[in-house]
Design a binder for this molecule. Structure first.
Ligand SMILES: Cc1ncc(COP(=O)(O)O)c(C=O)c1O
Length: 379
């Protein structure tokens, strides 16, 4: 087989997205305006939620979620120990305490049994992450959480679902990312979703400096703007209309992208299913996987090489792989500041040490998938 170069991920953007940015550039409406509103409406419709509010990233979406829920010093927020670091950082932004919960390395999501042990009287919120596009076990989490608000970290979960309900409407607040490694992208960008009118109003104000009116009203309103109320201390987390215009084009392609990803995930499962040392994603029909990433686990006790050596070998033939994500308690900042030990979260450590994402994205061709399968089988 001729050598190919297959990146771990590559967004599908092109002429349509490029042309979409023409209108804001020509009209001069560049900050949050009509294109962002259109994107929000399409996103809300697809995810069956009442409110969708565009922001600059999933990190700022998550930050607004904890601010809107009044998370503050003295509060605890439960965060999976295996996730992207910002799921935890945003709790620290508020001066609150991060309480890690272990994950099940079979799903990479919150282990409900461990969650039971982490809840205290100080628990102000729980952040179930829908990692790699697979929703967390929301029924089990809700039963344990009772009245504690749930913030879905759906950074990887645009278009994913659980028991037929789209991500973003499974908890109190949902947060999404449009970073280029996600299924749909606006370059950088994020979305906050909720079905709660009061929270939506707060979040809209918080993303816009705490102002009581939008950018459109402030600059292009029918009446001259004198002074909008500033009832909250807010932030500037506004998405631009250039990004909104790209988002409008992208969100219309989401279901097509996910269908294709599903098809190729099925191909991987069929072709790689009998490699004994390679554990493939497993889940029941309760879960509608969005396949942001296809993440395997290496069983090093029977594998021909260690995980890192396998990744090196694949890189040599042009196949890019990555660990799924990180055990956050072992990242230098968290480990040094709070003195965590690896064994505090064995599920997260296993996922950290043995997970390997292989390429699955909408720019890959059939020959690319065949190439990946060929090299994995021949290791
Ligand atoms: C689970 C999770 N949460 C949060 C984020 C942060 O997203 P963003 O880069 O849009 O801030 C990511 C990004 O990779 C993620 O995977």
């Amino acid at each position: 087989m001729n050598k190919r170069n297959i990146p771990i991920s590559l967004p599908v953007t092109g002429e349509e997205e490029w042309l979409a940015t023409k209108e804001p550039l020509m009209t001069g409406w560049l900050t949050s305006g009509p294109k962002v509103r259109e994107f929000e409406n399409l996103f809300a419709e697809r995810h069956k939620v009442k409110h969708a509010m565009a922001v600059t990233s999933a990190t700022t979406a998550l930050h607004l979620a904890v601010v809107a829920l009044n998370v503050k010093e003295g509060d605890e927020v439960i965060v999976p120990a295996f996730t992207w670091v910002s799921t935890a950082n945003i709790v620290l932004y508020q001066g609150a305490k991060v309480v890690f919960v272990d994950v099940d390395p079979k799903t990479f999501n919150i282990d409900p049994e461990d969650l039971k042990k982490r809840i205290t009287k100080k628990t102000k919120a729980i952040i179930p992450v829908h990692l790699f596009g697979l929703c967390a076990n929301m029924d089990a989490i809700k039963e344990i959480a009772g009245d504690i608000p749930l913030i879905e970290d759906g950074a990887c979960a645009a278009g994913s679902g659980y028991k037929g309900v789209p991500a973003g409407g499974l908890g109190t607040i949902g947060c999404f990312s449009f970073h280029p490694r996600k299924s749909v992208t606006t370059g950088e960008g994020g979305m906050v979703t909720t079905n709660d009118d009061q929270l939506a109003e707060t979040i809209k104000s918080l993303r816009n400096h705490g102002a009581s009116i939008s950018e459109e009203e402030r600059h292009h309103g029918a009446k001259p703007y004198i002074l909008p109320g500033f009832n909250l201390m807010g932030f500037n987390y506004r998405m631009t209309d250039l990004q909104g215009a790209v988002g409008v084009v992208q969100i219309k392609k989401l279901d097509k992208f996910i269908d294709e990803r599903n098809q190729w995930a099925g191909y991987y499962k069929k072709e790689l299913g009998n490699i004994p040392w390679l554990k493939l994603p497993q889940f029941t029909s309760d879960y509608q996987h969005g396949w942001q990433s296809f993440v395997t686990m290496i069983d090093e006790s029977i594998a021909p090489l260690k995980r890192n050596e396998i990744m090196e070998k694949l890189q040599q033939v042009g196949i890019s792989t990555r660990p799924g994500t990180h055990a956050v308690h072992m990242l230098d900042f968290y480990k040094n500041k709070y003195g965590f030990k690896a064994e505090d979260y064995p599920g997260a450590m296993a996922a950290n040490n043995f997970s390997m994402a292989i390429p699955l994205h909408n720019r890959m061709t059939a020959a690319d998938y065949e190439y990946v399968v060929h090299h994995l089988k021949n290791l």
